[in-house]
Design a protein around this ligand. Structure first.
Ligand SMILES: Cc1cc2nc3c(=O)[nH]c(=O)nc-3n(C[C@H](O)[C@H](O)[C@H](O)COP(=O)(O)OP(=O)(O)OC[C@H]3O[C@@H](n4cnc5c(N)ncnc54)[C@H](O)[C@@H]3O)c2cc1C
Length: 467
């Protein structure tokens, strides 16, 4: 066993890759570990921290975004350092990290999206919710995307989870309601020109299996001038589902009750509507001049699988839905990183309870751990990542006690390598200045924050603020 690893003589050096919720909760668990002398460095590919809290959570959900204050507190600890604008796999290699740290905690989230794999998916106007969300949140990866909302009246959203609901809400509410949030300027300008009057939400299974939480659908119904429309056929709960629903969380029952009330009330005379469709799945996108014009939907019935869970079985019934734009909200997916085993089926880093494996089903890879969406897939709220990160850190600490972590050879090696490469990394102090600057710029515009979606411009601002 390495003499005194994690003691005052030999602090354990850990880094996280990523700066979303799961990374911060891992840092918190490490810094709180009793009797452990630890130093934690955090690498983030963007110049700004907080992952999907900044680039995913909807701008009209500022209360949820304010969780970043908790992360600010964690970052105050002098044992913590931030290196923004550093992409692992490009600016630093995995081997360089292995030479510098006893343990590496991967917290890289799920940055891509699932494909439907149906004809016409590459037509213009068939987009992923990932792109749309990143675009309205000012995420640099998506700043150049365009969404033709001016010529779109009906938008279909494939999927009915909370991401689908965020997209629907952003599309249906008046742009004025978003003006004082931190929504990207380009998105607000486009939404002001929007002609969207209907969003059609397409669910593969029935109303009892809707993935949205009741709060999300109720929030849309409370928007001025927006109706939630459900036909009696769509609101119908079959016998299997009715039984199954009794075993489900109260929230699922509340959603069904709400949908059935909407169906019983019938359509209201409002300017815009969210139409909820169930037991339908796109099997083809039809185009006109290279742009999506309609979706062929195949209908389904529900069967119980061997665990008693209702599953959609496609039936021989097809209908066409005319649309101007499609957003696919069918799940985020991890992006494989060369040199790190990837579980292609689940779209995550191959791991067993947070210990990274050398291959799917293989042995634990010394010194590598994973947290958050990169560990368990794209499920769970911000808070879900806290116990999950703690559990992974517990595994890491067990390995420290068993002296089975890495044996780094160069102290401060990662930082030296970045300096040698002349890479202008963003420190936590830089970020604090940028944060204050974004808020001040926002205040001038009557918004909570003004986000610059261009990395070069962000770095320029960071440099200017250092002077
Ligand atoms: C659209 C959307 C809306 C959501 N809304 C809510 C909500 O309202 N309420 C709620 O509680 N939860 C919400 N969530 C869920 C919540 O955002 C997630 O649970 C959480 O962000 C997952 O955290 P994470 O740290 O695993 O990943 P992420 O937050 O995705 O963080 C991953 C980080 O890793 C960085 N990274 C990736 N690759 C590299 C690399 N090679 N080198 C360096 N850095 C890298 C990324 O830039 C990113 O900053 C929402 C999610 C989405 C997608």
């Amino acid at each position: 066993m390495t003499q005194g690893l994690g003691s005052g003589n030999l602090p354990i050096r850990v880094c996280t890759v990523g700066s979303g919720p799961s990374a911060f909760y891992a840092v918190e668990a490490l810094l709180k570990a009793s009797g452990l002398d630890v130093r934690v460095d955090m690498f983030e590919r963007l110049p700004t921290p907080f992952g999907l809290v900044r680039g995913g959570v909807a701008p009209d959900h500022q209360k949820i975004k304010s969780v970043s204050k908790v992360y600010d507190k964690i970052a105050e600890d002098p044992r913590f350092r931030f290196f923004g604008n550093v992409r692992i796999g490009k600016d630093l290699t995995i081997e360089q990290l292995e030479r510098s740290y006893h343990a590496i905690v991967w917290a890289i989230g799920c940055e891509s999206d699932n494909r439907l794999g149906v004809p016409g998916e590459d037509l213009a106007g068939v987009c992923s919710a990932t792109e749309f969300v990143g675009w309205y949140n000012g995420h640099p990866d998506f700043r150049d995307r365009t969404f033709d909302l001016q010529r779109s009246r009906r938008v279909a959203v494939v999927g009915n989870g909370n991401v689908a609901m965020d997209c629907s809400r952003i599309l249906l509410q008046s742009a004025d309601r978003l003006a004082d949030t931190d929504i990207a300027d380009h998105a607000l300008a486009t939404l002001r020109q929007s002609s969207v009057t209907e969003v059609v939400l397409l669910g593969r299974r029935g109303p009892a299996q809707a993935a949205f939480s009741p709060k999300e659908i109720e929030e849309i119904a409370e928007l001025p001038d927006v109706d939630v429309a459900v036909s009696a056929e769509d609101a119908h709960v079959d016998e299997h589902s009715a039984k199954w629903l009794e075993t489900q969380a109260r929230s699922a029952q509340r959603s069904v009750k709400f949908l059935q009330e909407c169906a019983a009330r019938g359509p209201q005379d409002r300017k815009k509507r969210l139409t909820c469709r169930f037991l339908v799945a796109p099997v083809a996108f039809e185009g006109d001049g290279g742009r999506v014009r309609a979706i062929t939907l195949q209908h389904a019935a529900l069967d119980l699988d061997k665990d008693g869970t209702p599953r959609a079985r496609p039936i021989d019934r097809f209908t066409t839905l005319e649309v101007d734009l499609v957003l696919k909200a069918v799940g985020y997916r991890g992006v494989p990183l060369p040199g790190l085993a990837f579980d292609d089926r689940r779209g995550i880093i191959a791991n067993l309870d947070g210990r990274v494996l050398d291959r799917v089903g293989g042995a634990a890879r010394r010194g590598h751990y994973v947290v958050g969406w990169a560990k368990r897939g794209p499920t769970g709220l911000v808070g879900t990542n806290s116990p999950d990160s703690k559990a992974t850190v517990e595994q890491l600490l067990q390995d420290v006690r068993a002296a089975t972590t890495l044996a780094p050879t160069v102290e401060g090696g990662a930082e030296k390598a970045l300096r040698a490469a002349n890479l202008d990394f963003v420190t936590w102090q830089d970020w604090q200045r940028l944060d204050a600057h974004e808020r001040a710029q926002g205040q001038d515009r009557g918004k909570v924050r003004h986000k610059e979606p261009d990395v070069a411009a962000l770095l320029q601002a960071v440099r200017a603020l250092r002077k």
